[in-house]
Write a new protein. Structure first.
Length: 117
């Protein structure tokens, strides 16, 4: 069988499967997606306990201090922010500013009641 015949056969199969894919997407959109909500408390805790936050602090505290902070956070399970504050690496105000999720991502906070686009 030639390559052109194989490609043609695969193209036909793909085109025949598209209605099934569309039906599955429609079902997902109508029966599942409308009920999904974010667990904001869990998301907040996950962000604030992330060791990756050290990346945002490294330019201000140095690579070596950042590495030590990350290791300590991993070893103890404590938040990077708390450990940095206790060590006196930055002030509470500096940490609040540097570790705001909006500042880390470059996006402004979206109100909790805002409708999805």
């Amino acid at each position: 069988m030639s390559l052109a015949a194989t490609a043609s056969s695969k193209s036909r199969k793909l085109l025949r499967s598209l209605p099934h894919l569309r039906a599955a997407c429609d079902t997902l959109a109508t029966r599942c997606v409308p009920g999904i909500t974010a667990n904001r408390e869990h998301l907040h805790d996950s962000v604030h306990r992330s060791v990756g936050l050290v990346t945002a602090l490294a330019p201000h505290i140095g690579y070596a201090a950042g590495t030590a902070l990350a290791r300590q956070a991993l070893a103890t399970g404590r938040a990077v922010r708390d450990l940095a504050a206790e060590a006196g690496l930055l002030t509470a105000d500096q940490l609040d500013t540097l570790l705001r999720p909006e500042n880390l991502t470059g996006h402004s906070a979206r109100p909790a009641t805002a409708a999805a686009p």
